[in-house]
Design a protein around this ligand. Structure first.
Ligand code: SAH
Ligand code: SF4
Length: 354
């Protein structure tokens, strides 16, 4: 596979092209003008365009399928150069507001959920991505392309900021190098200029990698997929817990540098009858003591053959109220895109088995 222009930070690109000021022009074409072909970079000399075409691809992914949900979220299936497929989801968080004359007075807000690997090695029992096994890490350019192509396809202006969450397929901290490179490319002020605090890495809890990420001090936000409050259940759901138990994760989180105004997000997937009781809520409050945390309760999103059930709304509300009344900020994540199976790995599964 040829490398992609999207793999490179501005500094790296400056070293690849001569004279180096051409790098800014190339960045400008890609991220501000949304060109789809190197040929469209009109102010570059023909020889340079030819050289670029020989050495690089522009977009390393192509959109193969789009599914729109009734709640406005859109799920994208991409194919990579080697034929493997991955998916991303565009989530409109707040709709645009127009005045009486129809003029937009408040722009809509978007979050883009991206994949970091094809498949995943972690093997969680509730996750569809785990079922397809692990194929390979995504390159930095393939991660950047998911955001760029979604913005392009939805005509979201280049200077409009979006939030990025690494919550699609794969374990981002198992592909730390490429993910952090993508984060830097996305952060470039001549590129999409997505602030570090607008990017959230979600992890199944690789404690040693959380430490490494913390040492890089990028300023990104962290989300921990906790899902259980005792090691026995967590091991059952997430075999990785044998290597990195709950205590080691909490310890790594305590050391993680985070903006004073921000919080570490703890995701808690609620499985009917397994971890939805008040005893678990109590333990969770204890566990998070002293951490600037925010808990996100997630409804289990069932798929054909999945071994778990969705919790009742009542249980979810009770759990949330307990946390809130004991000083832990907690929200329930609406299951966006339920009708298009927007939980990780589910569109791909439908496509590949069709
Ligand atoms: N590997 C990382 C990021 C990708 S998974 C991680 O595990 O954090 C993103 C989130 O989707 C995780 O919190 C994961 O637990 C959740 N998830 C996986 N399968 C799900 C399902 N069937 N229903 C609801 N959420 C699910
Ligand atoms: Fe991998 Fe995350 Fe799915 Fe677990 S939940 S198998 S870590 S993608």
């Amino acid at each position: 596979m040829k490398p992609s222009l999207l793999d490179l930070t501005l500094e790296e690109l400056s070293k690849e092209v001569k004279p180096s000021f051409r790098a800014k022009q190339i960045y400008n074409w890609i991220y501000q003008h949304y060109v789809t072909d190197i040929e469209q970079m009109k102010n570059l000399p023909k020889a340079l365009r030819e050289e670029l075409r020989e050495r690089f691809v522009l977009h390393p992914l192509k959109i193969v399928q789009v599914q729109r949900s009734s709640d406005g979220s859109k799920k994208y299936l991409f194919v990579a150069e080697d034929g493997l497929t991955i998916e991303s989801v565009l989530l409109p968080m707040k709709p645009e507001i127009r005045d009486k004359s129809g003029k937009v007075i408040k722009e809509s807000k978007y979050t883009i959920c991206v994949s970091s690997q094809v498949g995943c090695k972690i093997g969680c029992s509730f996750c569809l991505t785990a079922k397809s096994g692990f194929k390979r890490d995504l390159t930095p350019g393939e991660i950047v392309a998911q955001i760029l192509l979604l913005k392009m396809d939805n005509e979201i202006a280049p200077n409009r900021r979006v939030n990025v969450v690494y919550m699609g397929m794969g374990e981002p901290l198992d592909n730390l190098e490429n993910v952090t490179k993508a984060i830097k490319v996305l952060n470039e002020s001549n590129g999409l200029a997505i602030g570090m605090r607008r990017q959230t890495i979600s992890t199944s809890g690789l404690s040693h990698q959380i430490k490494r990420l913390g040492e890089m001090d990028l300023g990104v936000l962290l989300a921990i997929s906790l899902h259980a409050v005792d090691d026995a259940l967590r091991e059952e759901l997430m075999p990785i817990n044998r290597a990195y138990n709950i205590e080691s994760i909490i310890e790594a989180v305590r050391e993680f540098p985070i903006d004073q105004r921000k919080r570490v997000m703890f995701e808690y997937l609620v499985l009917g009858g397994l971890n939805d009781d008040i005893k678990s809520a109590k333990k969770l409050v204890k566990l998070l003591h002293g951490i600037k945390a925010k808990v996100n309760l997630i409804y289990f999103n069932p798929y054909p053959g999945s071994p778990y059930t969705r919790p009742s709304e009542e249980k979810m509300e009770e759990f949330k109220s307990y946390l809130n009344s004991h000083g832990v900020i907690c929200t329930i994540r609406e299951s966006k895109g339920l009708d298009i199976s927007a939980a990780c790995g589910q569109l791909k599964e439908q496509h590949d088995s069709a």
